[in-house]
Design a protein around this ligand. Structure first.
Ligand SMILES: *Cc1c(COP(=O)(O)O)cnc(C)c1O
Length: 344
């Protein structure tokens, strides 16, 4: 197949190292992996194969289509968005995937369909998905084969009393739901301490190199490195502008490279006039407005950089988030389908 003029270099050792770090921080709890949204943009199948090889046994996706795309890998997959009427047939026939039932209606639907092992989400204060703790006490789950009881923290990346409140509400269900295991913590939740780990943690973003809380700084390694090809190099005379609406004007004659990257690839317009690329250790500022498929760089610092050469986009997640105003989650999951994804 023809190669693309933009690629993600993906560090498989860093991915596995991040999972091992999070597994160690999870203490006695097993450590799973959230691989929804195509493995946060990296490629779910490659992520699953690498993490399964390292010993990860529990994977989480959002939808049944995401689960089906992993079906032949033979790993245990929990489908966080549960069981719509449209999902029942696929869910019943799935060998290794099971629904995370989120509502009374979904519980009823799974029971009526004669479904087997399932997970259940309880809402302990986020008011997003999940049945009420009182539903558990009232016997809603009686007789159901619940593998894992889950809840999700709303503000795990902040030091707020709600974390403790949610943790305590969840702990109060211990031994009451008939579930074989309990799972509360996402990436940031793991850093809240051992009493947030329960039996199973489910990190996502930190596996992929993000640093949602300071506890991960220096411990979690960057996994993603976008690289893009120069399509044209030109000299822009002093006084002329570059790109849509001429938002940048050359103060002096300026060497400019146009690279194959734009907002349709997830490099959003918030990087206009702010982002940066690197070539041989030289910083190359983004100038003017990011277009759909193209970005202009001031390459005065890289005299040898020519058409066809590759440059590295500055995408260190915490810094890129601070610079762009995007979250580290958005920086990862926005990485588009046009990148070649190359693991090394
Ligand atoms: C996305 C998600 C996770 C992973 O969260 P991170 O913040 O990326 O670690 C865990 N649990 C649920 C229910 C999720 O939706």
């Amino acid at each position: 197949m023809i190669t693309a003029p933009l690629r993600l270099r993906l560090d498989g050792d860093a991915l596995v190292s991040n999972w091992r770090t999070l597994a160690a921080m999870s203490g006695t709890a097993a450590c799973g992996a959230a691989v929804k949204a195509n493995g946060y943009g990296l490629g779910a199948r490659d992520v699953v194969q690498r993490l399964a090889g390292a010993g990860c046994r529990d994977f989480f996706v959002a939808t049944w289509r995401e689960a089906m795309a992993l079906a032949d890998l033979g790993v245990s997959v929990s489908v966080l968005h549960g069981l719509r009427e449209e999902d029942v047939a696929v869910a019943l026939s799935a060998a290794t995937a099971r629904p995370v039932l989120n509502t009374v209606e979904q519980v009823r639907r799974w029971r009526d369909a004669g479904g087997g092992a399932c997970d259940v989400m309880v809402d302990t204060g986020m008011n997003r998905l999940g049945i009420e703790p009182g539903d558990v006490a009232a016997g809603l789950l009686d007789g159901l084969a619940v593998e894992t009881l889950l809840s999700h923290l709303a503000s795990a990346d902040e030091d707020v009393p709600l974390n403790r409140t949610q943790r305590d509400r969840f702990a109060a269900l211990q031994g009451k739901s008939g579930a074989r295991r309990m799972s509360l913590a996402n990436s940031a939740g793991i850093a809240l301490g051992a009493d947030y780990g329960f039996d199973l943690t489910r990190p996502g973003v930190a596996l992929y190199g993000a640093v949602p809380v300071a506890a991960f700084a220096g411990r979690v390694r960057q996994v993603v490195a976008p690289e893009v090809q120069v399509l044209q190099r030109r000299r822009v005379p002093a006084g002329q502008g570059v790109g849509y609406n001429m938002t940048w004007t050359a103060a002096a004659d300026t060497e400019v490279a146009i690279v194959n990257l734009g907002y349709a690839d997830g490099y959003l317009r918030c990087f206009s006039g702010k982002g940066r690329a690197w070539a041989d250790g030289h910083a190359l500022p983004v100038i003017g407005r990011v277009s759909m498929d193209l970005t202009a760089l001031d390459v005065g610092a890289a005299p040898g950089l020519a058409e066809g050469d590759w440059v590295a986009i500055d995408y260190a997640l915490p810094a890129a988030a601070a610079l762009s105003g995007m979250s580290q989650y958005e920086l990862l999951t926005g990485l588009g389908a046009r990148f070649d994804r190359i693991w090394y």
